[in-house]
Design a protein around this ligand. Structure first.
Ligand SMILES: Cc1ncc(COP(=O)(O)O)c(C=O)c1O
Length: 457
C-alpha cells in the first residue's frame, strides 16, 4: 500500500518493507516527476519519521543521501528544500518537421510496404561466425573510441567491394562510415545548406535534410530519370541506378550530362545507391560516381542487403569534402559502432556478404516475376527489373480509394502521391515485394491481387 505523506499531501509510492533504499527512490521519483517542485520545503526528519512509522535515523540518512545526489539542499538554520534538478523538459519539435515512422497500415496482416528486405533472411550464422572471429582476433585497441570515419579495416574492405561490384572510385581515405542514408542526408543538409531532391522521392529524406538545416527544392523525373537540364540548385540528390519510387534508371546520356553539369558548374551530386546490387535482367550499371569522383558523393547502405537494424551506411566523398563531411556526421552525436563495423568487414572479406547478396538477388527476382505474372490487367508497372519494390499505375480510380481498398484486404503498400513535391499527376501504388518472409509471400501476393481485382471490378 502506498504511504500518504500527510505533511504535504504527497503520496509516496513506497512500501515499508522497501526500507531506506525504497524510500529514497520514492522521493527521487516524486522530485523527478515534479510532484515535489523545486524550492518546496520537505518535512522535518522527526515529522516524516512519525508519519511513515520509521526510525528517525532512517529519514536522516535518506535526506543526507539525496542531498549528496543533488535532489535536496540544506543551508544552515533553514529547512531542507527540494533542489532544482536537470533541465526544463524539451519541447517536441514542430509537427511539420518531426521525422515520422513509415505510415503503416496499422494492423495489416500482409506487409508489402516498401523499404525493407526480408528480415527473416538475415544471415545470422554468417554474422555470428564473423563476430566470433572478430572477437577472437581484434586487438584491445580496436575497442577504443576509434577513428570517427569508422575503422580502417571496414573502409579498406568497402573500397575493394565497391570498386569491384559498383565501379566506384574509392580508396579508404575518402570513405566515411555513417548510420545509414537518413543520417547521411541530415549531415549533408547541414554541410551544403541547400539540396535539390528528385520529384518524386522519399519525403522522409527531405524532412531529414530540413532538420539538418537545408533548404529543399525539387527536380522532375521522367521515364529517363532526373531531368538534368532543369537543375538549378548547387547540390542534387539522385538515385541513378534505380529511381525511388518510380523504378526507372538514369539514361546513359543523362548520366554523362549529370557528371558534366557537376564538373562545369561546380555543382555537387549525392548519388544514393540504395539497392544497386539488385539488378535482375543484366549486370548492374556501375555508379555515376566514377565519372566525376571529385564532384560526386556516393552513398551506400546495408539496409537492403542485410537489415536496417544495423544502421550501417557509407559515403565515398570527394577528397576536399572528407573532413567537413566526417565532422558533420560526428556533429549529430553519432559515433561508429566499431564492433559491428569489424564484423561487416569480416563478412565482406570472407565472401559471405557476396554469397548472401547473390542468394537474395535470386529470391527477390523470383518474387518480382511472380508479382508481375499475377497482376490483373490495367495495372501498369514502371521501371527496370531491379530492386525490392515495384511502382504500379492504377486504372480508373483515385489513389486514396485504391489504398483504402488494399487496406481493407489487410495489405500494407505505399502510395505515390506523398512522394511528390509538385503537382499531383497519375496515381500509383508502391509495392515492396521483398519484405514478407518466404512462407508469407504467396498469401500476401494473393491478398494484394484480390484487392487489385476489386479496384478494377
Ligand atoms: C531511396 C532510398 N535510399 C536510401 C535508403 C536507405 O536508407 P537507410 O540507410 O537510412 O536505411 C532507402 C531505404 O529505405 C531508400 O528507400
Amino acid at each position: 500500500m502506498a504511504v500518504p505523506w500527510s505533511s504535504s499531501d504527497l503520496h509516496l509510492d513506497w512500501q515499508p518493507d522497501g526500507g531506506r533504499r525504497g524510500l529514497a527512490e520514492a522521493l527521487r521519483r516524486a522530485i523527478r516527476d515534479g510532484r515535489l517542485s523545486p524550492g518546496a520545503v520537505v518535512p522535518s526528519t522527526r515529522t516524516l519519521a512519525r508519519d511513515l512509522g520509521v526510525a528517525r535515523g532512517t529519514i536522516t540518512r535518506v535526506y543526507a543521501d539525496l542531498t549528496v545526489e543533488g535532489y535536496l539542499y540544506t543551508s544552515q538554520g533553514a529547512p531542507t528544500r527540494v533542489a532544482a534538478t536537470g533541465a526544463p523538459p524539451i519541447a517536441p519539435p514542430e509537427e511539420k518537421i518531426r521525422p515520422r515512422a513509415a505510415p503503416w497500415v496499422p494492423d495489416a496482416r500482409w506487409d508489402l510496404y516498401p523499404g525493407r528486405p526480408d528480415l527473416s533472411a538475415f544471415p545470422r550464422a554468417a554474422w555470428l561466425s564473423a563476430a566470433r572471429r572478430v572477437l577472437q582476433d581484434a586487438p584491445a585497441a580496436a575497442l577504443d573510441y576509434g577513428d570517427t570515419r569508422g575503422p580502417a579495416a571496414l573502409r579498406e574492405a568497402l573500397a575493394r567491394y565497391l570498386a569491384r561490384t559498383r565501379g566506384v572510385l574509392a580508396d579508404p581515405g575518402r570513405i566515411v562510415l555513417c548510420g545509414g542514408f537518413k543520417h547521411a542526408i541530415t549531415a549533408l543538409g547541414h554541410v551544403f545548406g541547400e539540396l535539390a531532391f528528385e520529384d518524386p522521392s522519399l519525403p522522409e529524406f527531405r524532412t531529414m535534410a530540413t532538420l539538418g538545416g537545408a533548404r529543399v527544392t525539387g527536380v522532375r523525373v521522367d521515364e529517363h530519370g532526373l531531368q538534368v537540364s532543369e537543375l538549378d540548385s548547387p547540390v542534387v540528390v539522385v538515385t541513378p541506378a534505380h529511381q525511388y519510387p518510380l523504378g526507372v534508371t538514369l539514361a546513359p546520356e543523362r548520366r554523362t550530362a549529370l557528371a558534366r553539369w557537376a564538373t562545369d558548374t561546380g555543382g555537387l551530386v549525392i548519388e544514393d545507391d540504395y539497392d544497386g546490387e539488385f539488378r535482375f535482367d543484366r549486370q548492374p550499371v556501375g555508379a555515376v560516381q566514377a565519372l566525376a569522383p571529385e564532384r560526386i558523393v556516393y552513398a551506400g547502405t546495408v539496409s537492403k542487403t542485410l537489415v536496417p537494424a544495423l544502421h550501417i551506411g557509407w559515403l565515398v566523398v570527394p577528397r576536399a569534402l572528407a573532413e567537413p563531411v566526417r565532422d558533420a556526421l560526428a556533429g549529430t552525436g553519432w559515433r561508429p559502432p566499431a564492433l559491428d563495423h569489424l564484423i561487416l568487414a569480416e563478412l565482406l572479406n570472407s565472401g559471405a556478404y557476396d554469397r548472401h547478396v547473390r542468394q537474395r538477388r535470386a529470391a527477390y527476382r523470383r518474387r518480382r516475376d511472380r508479382l508481375l505474372g499475377a497482376l490483373p490487367p490495367g495495372f501498369t508497372p514502371t521501371g527496370i527489373s531491379a530492386g525490392l519494390h515495384l511502382m504500379l499505375g492504377i486504372p480508373g480510380t483515385s489513389e486514396e480509394e485504391a489504398l483504402a481498398t488494399i487496406s481493407r484486404h489487410s495489405v500494407a503498400v505505399d502510395g505515390l502521391a506523398r512522394h511528390r513535391m509538385a503537382e499531383q499527376r497519375e496515381p500509383g501504388i508502391v509495392v515492396g515485394y521483398a519484405t514478407p518472409a518466404e512462407h508469407a509471400f504467396g498469401p500476401a501476393l494473393e491478398a494484394l491481387v484480390t484487392a487489385l481485382r476489386e479496384i478494377t471490378a
